[in-house]
Design a protein around this ligand. Structure first.
Ligand code: TA6
Length: 280
């Protein structure tokens, strides 16, 4: 079922799984399986639409990070108000809703002035949460962009987090001025500020958020995986993150960011992820 949105859509699966999506940024802000919240949301997050939400799954488009195209970082999608398009599917196994964002005076006034249509599908099943983005180029010229799902997973203790399937991959280390490095470890753990773009990552990245508790991040057509934790100093500098909250979050972000996507006029590019928990 779902409630008619003012600014939020709540999905409830017959098994009790739930998720919430705000039309602000089409940001998923909650995903519960077996009664347990799996996404991190800062208690200081601004939920009134004044700034991007600190947690859940912010949607980064048309530019990951800082760049010449526009001020700030991570593009306009996550702080735009999307249109809720209703339920695409609702049966015993899954419920799917969709959101849409088209170019506007505001987006055309940004450093990325193109005509486009974004469709975002959110699908809830008993143990999975799917989030899929379709970018349609409604302009007459090719468009170039980077896109990413900025997923915040919750953990009881950052020191227990182990991220698999990233061993023996190159990564861009943003903590070392974008130095290209090689990951030697089979399990990536977090002992300090971590801000890395792993290149051409496997289809499924398992994130052990606590002993025996794994969230699998399965991607479709996203090429890279960003791993981020601000750690102590950066956390203290963030107004919408409590000083100790960095210990309860780990960002594992599916995206196409190491290389940009070029989309010819009138074509559509699709990518997405499915989060799943091993049914414990
Ligand atoms: O995804 C990692 C990152 O690019 C970090 O560099 C950090 O800036 C993070 O995103 C959060 O960015 P935000 O603009 O949401 O504060």
């Amino acid at each position: 079922s779902f409630n008619l949105p003012t600014d939020k859509v709540i999905l409830t699966h017959p098994t009790g799984a739930t998720c919430e999506i705000k039309t602000f940024g089409a940001t998923v802000t909650s995903w519960k399986v077996h009664g347990q919240e799996r996404l991190f949301l800062s208690r200081l997050s601004d939920l009134e639409g004044n700034k991007p939400i600190r947690g859940g799954i912010p949607l980064v488009f048309p530019q990951f990070g800082k760049g010449p195209l526009m001020p700030g970082q991570h593009g306009f999608a996550r702080h735009s108000t999307w249109e809720y398009m209703g339920v695409s599917k609702d049966d015993d196994s899954e419920i799917m809703v969709s959101f849409e964002l088209r170019d506007s005076d505001a987006t055309r006034a940004s450093g990325w002035p193109y005509h486009f249509k974004l469709t975002y599908l959110v699908t809830l099943t008993a143990t999975t949460l799917g989030t899929h983005l379709a970018v349609t180029n409604t302009d007459k010229v090719p468009i170039r962009f980077t896109a990413l799902l900025h997923t915040y997973l919750t953990t009881p203790d950052i020191s227990q987090v182990r991220i698999g399937q990233l061993g023996r991959l190159n990564y861009t280390d943003k903590v070392q001025n974008n130095l290209i490095c090689f990951e030697e470890r089979d399990q990536v753990t977090i002992q300090g500020e971590t801000d890395r773009i792993y290149h051409s990552t496997p289809d499924t990245v398992p994130v052990e958020v606590a002993p025996g508790q794994v969230v699998n991040v399965k991607t479709i057509n996203f090429r890279d995986t960003v791993v981020w934790n601000p750690w102590v100093e950066k956390a203290q500098a963030m107004a919408d993150l409590d000083d100790q909250e960095y210990q309860q979050m780990i960002c594992v972000e599916s995206g196409s960011v190491h290389e940009s996507v070029t989309l010819p006029s009138s074509q559509t590019w699709e990518a997405g992820q499915v989060l799943s928990v091993d049914s414990e």
